[in-house]
Ligand binder design. Structure first.
Ligand code: GLC
Length: 737
């Protein structure tokens, strides 16, 4: 026996061996208990959940961050349950914890993986210090429908950009290893294709053909998992008739099979129970079986697993081996997080980064998330020293909570500095005239207009903050009309009538249709929901202390009727050409049926977006020239260099995001007219010139073809490099077999 003990003693104490040793001692009920995630918010969580935890029937809790409550729940698990397996504490840490950074769609405008990583890193430190060790982020759903409220938490419309930034978030959350202080286990979501919901209605059905699934929606998940994401969350949505949470093709064949993912898969909130509502499962037993057999490990909030799996095992419907595999993945995650040795998170208690440094990071992130969409006659930057008075108007000018955006459960609005607060700080109270004009962005009560007009009349310049309150985007908050809500446009009219320059700042969780706004303003900054430091970041931009560098991660439609509209579209058999588009007002009455171009466009809105993917203005100008490729032809396995010269031809320093787009004009599947395949941020002083080099390999040319093989096909490729997805500097090359 001593020998056996000795052998056991020499076993390396790895997370795997710790998990296996625990599993070997567990009863079936205790194993299933690890698969149960429950909401611990609300009244008396200890009284409500303590018994279940003591019985080993709860594996993880969500939505509880009170330190004393968390300590007591964990104490029960560790000291009163039979095996003392700690709870996994989870939370949606989406774009910050106590300090709130810009919405993910705003952070995506930075096109900076380093910045996105650093924001996630800071959020992880704050959250881990509060006892959280598992976050349900990054959300990498490709979003091409501004009606969908969750576009706010997406990284935009493009698979490549979402892949790069989603992977950066994973690295930020998980740091140098999940046992290190201040780290969170990432959970990439929502697997998969959630953003393709019909009508832009959250939770609605998605119909995604396999080629589109593999070439558009899956790549960001693959990238996040390659970056080491510890877990995956399944989507609520029905994907081609089989809801993701019970979809063996998606979870089994692709995630577990082709990708060999062996981490934890958790359902979204009650998504297992919803398999009944979808019409896939007849009852909870069937739903539990469908989810378990598809590849789900943890059941969030439906209780299907805890209530049904033991009986299904006793009936021989679900095997013990399957339960063991599910429970082992959960135990391994807990062991990897260091929970078995430090269940109360002592190592993380001091992990929160310094508050000022975090706020400074939030300011930089907010600055780089803002996109200058219009700047007529150099209306911006403002000479804040030279202005007599600045009118600061609008329902979003002084909203410390609303500027945070959606998914900010633990956001601290006392850390917010609003545009009004920051501008008063920059100019002095006496030089700022403030009037909200409207009580909320949805208000139609114009009684505040007079005061707003008076403020404008007494000032030299009007800066008006408009948009959507945080609640108008986010989960289940979709809009069929994506214009400015309420009487905001009327407020703009009233301000314009005063004859002063009007600078509009829009804070919203989605692209809004802006044609009517653009007609009424001299300059427009799209700020999304910038987080706590909206105000200081805005002052940095409008004062010219910082040159705006944000670039759109999503196309802006001219009208809601254009949706879905995205740059990486298919060519169709009748692509529109600008010169052949006749608009509805140009059509002669009685015009014969074939009197003008038969191509893919709308008579009233044409075929181009209001603003294209990758677009953003600067206070300076960037000129592109001398695009060359290192070879006209490459063989498989070879690489190709693409070089371009970028010049800052303006009078001030600026940062450009040089973007490289590719097209495979002829292939076994039709390919998008353009696909982002590289980008580089380049900081240039006035007059400075830089040669930017991209290196393309065969993988950059590859796509998932008819045989579901990821492969590049020989033939010609077009390449464009420029400042947005309409770049016209072109070269081509050939890949030969
Ligand atoms: C929500 C969301 C998901 C979130 C989860 C836990 O319904 O769909 O993104 O992580 O429930 O809050």
């Amino acid at each position: 026996m001593a020998h056996a003990a000795h052998a056991a003693d020499t076993q390396p104490d790895t997370p795997q061996s710790r998990a296996d040793a625990l599993l070997a001692r567990m009863s079936l009920e205790e194993k299933v208990g690890q698969l149960h995630t429950i909401d611990a918010s609300g009244p008396d969580p200890v009284g409500r959940l303590g018994g279940e935890i003591k019985a080993g029937r709860i594996g993880a809790v969500i939505n509880q961050v009170d330190p004393d409550t968390l300590y007591e729940l964990q104490r029960i698990a560790v000291e009163e349950s039979r095996l003392g397996v700690p709870l996994l504490v989870s939370r949606d840490v989406i774009h910050g914890f106590n300090t709130i950074f810009p919405l993910p769609i705003g952070q995506a405008c930075s096109w900076s993986p380093e910045l996105v990583r650093d924001c996630a890193r800071a959020a992880a430190g704050e959250a881990a210090a509060s006892g959280v060790r598992w976050t349900f982020a990054p959300m990498v759903d490709i979003a091409r429908d501004a009606r969908w409220g969750r576009i706010a938490e997406s990284l935009g419309e493009d698979p490549y950009l979402a892949s790069v930034l989603g992977a950066a978030m994973v690295v930020g959350f998980q740091g140098d290893g999940l046992s290190r202080p201040g780290t969170l286990a990432a959970c990439v979501k929502h697997f998969a294709g959630y953003g393709a919901c019909e009508g832009g209605r959250d939770y609605d059905a998605t119909n995604i053909p396999d080629n589109e699934l593999r070439n558009t929606y899956l790549p960001p998940f693959r990238a996040a998992l390659k970056a080491g994401a510890a877990s995956v969350m399944t989507s609520f949505s029905d994907i081609d008739g089989v809801p993701a949470t019970g979809n063996p093709y998606l979870l089994g064949e692709i995630l577990r099979g082709e990708w060999s993912f062996d981490g934890v898969v958790v359902s979204d909130w009650d998504a297992i129970g919803q398999l009944i509502t979808h019409g896939l499962s007849a009852d909870m037993a069937a739903a539990a079986r469908a989810a378990a057999e598809a590849g789900v490990d943890m059941d969030m909030m439906s209780s299907a697993f805890i209530d049904q799996l033991p009986r299904l095992v006793h009936e021989g419907v679900v095997t013990v081996d399957r339960i063991d595999a599910m429970a082992r993945r959960v135990l391994l995650l807990k062991a990897t997080l260091g929970l078995l040795d430090d269940p109360y998170g002592a190592a993380h208690r001091s992990a929160a980064p310094a508050r000022q440094a975090t706020l400074d990071l939030a300011r930089r992130a907010a600055r780089e998330s803002m996109v200058l969409l219009k700047n007529d006659a150099g209306a911006l930057p403002l000479d804040l020293a030279g202005i007599g008075r600045l009118a600061v108007i609008g329902p979003m000018a002084d909203q410390p909570y609303e500027q945070l955006g959606t998914w900010v459960f633990d956001g601290d609005q006392t850390r917010s500095v609003t545009p009004l607060g920051a501008l008063r700080g920059a100019l002095g109270e006496h030089r700022v005239a403030f009037a909200p004009g409207l009580e909320t962005t949805r208000s139609r009560d114009r009684s505040g207009f007079a005061a707003a007009q008076a403020a404008a009349r007494s000032s030299d310049v009007v800066l008006v903050c408009l948009g959507e309150e945080a609640i108008l985007s986010g989960e289940a908050h979709c809009r069929a009309d994506i214009t400015l809500p309420g009487a905001q446009l009327a407020l703009l009219d009233a301000l314009k009538a005063e004859g002063k320059p009007v600078i509009a700042v829009i804070m919203a969780g989605r692209p809004l249709t802006l044609a009517a706004v653009l007609e009424r303003v001299d300059a427009l900054i799209y700020a999304w929901h910038p987080g706590n430091m909206a105000g200081p970041a805005l002052v940095d931009i409008v004062s010219g202390a910082a040159n705006p560098s944000g670039r759109l991660p999503v196309s802006f439609p001219r009208s809601v009727g254009q949706i879905p509209i995205h740059y990486n579209r298919k060519n169709t058999g009748r692509p529109p050409q600008a010169e052949r588009i006749l608009y509805i007002d140009e059509i002669q009455v009685g015009a014969p049926q074939t009197s003008f171009g038969m191509s893919a466009f709308h008579l009233d809105d044409g075929y181009t977006p209001q603003f294209p993917f990758g677009f953003g203005l600067s206070y300076t100008r960037f000129i592109y020239a001398d695009l060359v490729v290192s070879a006209g032809e490459i063989a498989r396995g070879e690489t190709l260099d693409v070089m371009v010269t970028v010049t800052n031809s303006g009078e001030r320093f600026g940062t450009e995001t040089v973007q490289l787009y590719l097209r495979d004009p002829t292939a076994s599947l039709t390919r998008p007219v353009r696909e982002l395949k590289g980008f580089q941020k380049v900081a240039l002083n006035a007059g400075e010139r830089r040669t930017v080099r991209f290196t393309l390999g065969e993988g950059d040319l590859a796509f998932s073809g008819r045989e579901r093989r990821f492969r590049a096909e020989a033939g010609r490729f077009d390449v464009w490099v420029g400042g947005d997805s309409t770049a016209d500097l072109h070269a081509s090359f050939t890949l030969r077999d």
